[in-house]
Structure formats: structure tokens, C-alpha cells
Write a protein that binds this ligand. Sequence first.
Ligand code: ZN
Length: 207
Amino acid sequence: MLAADFGHLERDIKMLNDSACDWIHLDVMDGVFVPNISFGFPVMQAMAKAARKPLDVHLMIEHPEKFIPEVKALGAHLMSVHQEACPHLHRIIEQIKSAGMKAGIVLNPATPLYTIEEVLNQVDLILLMSVNPGFGGQKFIPQTLGKIQRLRKMLDDARSDALIEIDGGVSRTNAAQLFEAGADVLVAGSAIFNAPDPIAEINALKA
Ligand code: ZN
């Protein structure tokens, strides 16, 4: 939703409801953990009201544990928090799951995979940032491909069912490569909302 037209959020969410997209991804920024502010709960409540697809809430904020009840109240399917913002990762994953949501962990491009080794069987999803978080419309960092392959192997070795999600610079030029490297979920913003026909662009990405 970061790349949507904020003057026409309801229109854009209705477009997604009618599209082949699986989830609606919400990027929350606090101006502290990342150098930008996106939108907060009142705006997300309006989005949730219009949405007919599962909400995938990605919190790029400090102290995400404070907002578990608010994210749950949105009816979110999945809540993801950054490894870099959570010294007590095991605890927050349990808290998110106890609240009845799927739990995801996010790694910035420079954060190594070994930092999440101990929670591979606890989480539902691992989101690898393929740009440095804070802004939409950035260029895909190519080193992400090798990181996806290594994470796929780690998950297979640990017999973990966690999904691999990729966020940042995803477009039809790299979607197939990301999928082949082992990604399960692709987040696309600018690629969809800047396309002349967003519905056709979503179909092209899924194909
Ligand atoms: Zn995101």
C-alpha cells in the first residue's frame, strides 16, 4: 500500500480486492527505526475496513511489542517485526502467535541469516528486505538472490515450514528469479501502482 494513491485509498484497495493478489501488505514506519514515516493505525483501520484480502502488516518501528493488540484489532493475518528492533525476538514471536496472528521476522539487507537460526521453527514467515527500508520505489539489491538460496537451505535443513517473503524492488523483471531462488511471497508496490494497468501487472507477476 506504500505505493498506492493516498488520496484514493478505498479505490485502490477495491482494485486489489478484485485482483489476483493474495495479501495486502502494509508498511508502517516510525521515523526512528527507519528515516521516514508512512501511516499509522487510523489510516490502517480505514484500509482494513475496505480490504477483503488478508492483511500482512510489516512494522518498521522500534518497540513493535507495544502494538500487538492494535495490529490484532485490524484483523491482521500476519504481523512482521524486524530482528534489528527486537532484542527479545523469541518472546515477541510467542506474543504475536498468542494473539492469534501469524508471526514474521524481517531482516535488513546487511543483517546476516545466522541471527535468526534459533527461531527458524518458531516463525511462520521470514521477510528478507531487498532494499534498505524506509522508502518505496527503490532498486532491488542483487545480493538478495544468494541470501534467499541460503535461507531456503537453512529452512529445509531445519525442517521449517516458514515462508520466505521478499520486499523491495520486486517487479516482473526479477519475480521469476526470486521464485526460483526459493521465495514464496513477493511484495510489489511501485511495480503495481505505477503500471498503466495494475490488475494486468499483478497477473503478469503471478504468472
Ligand atoms: Zn514491507
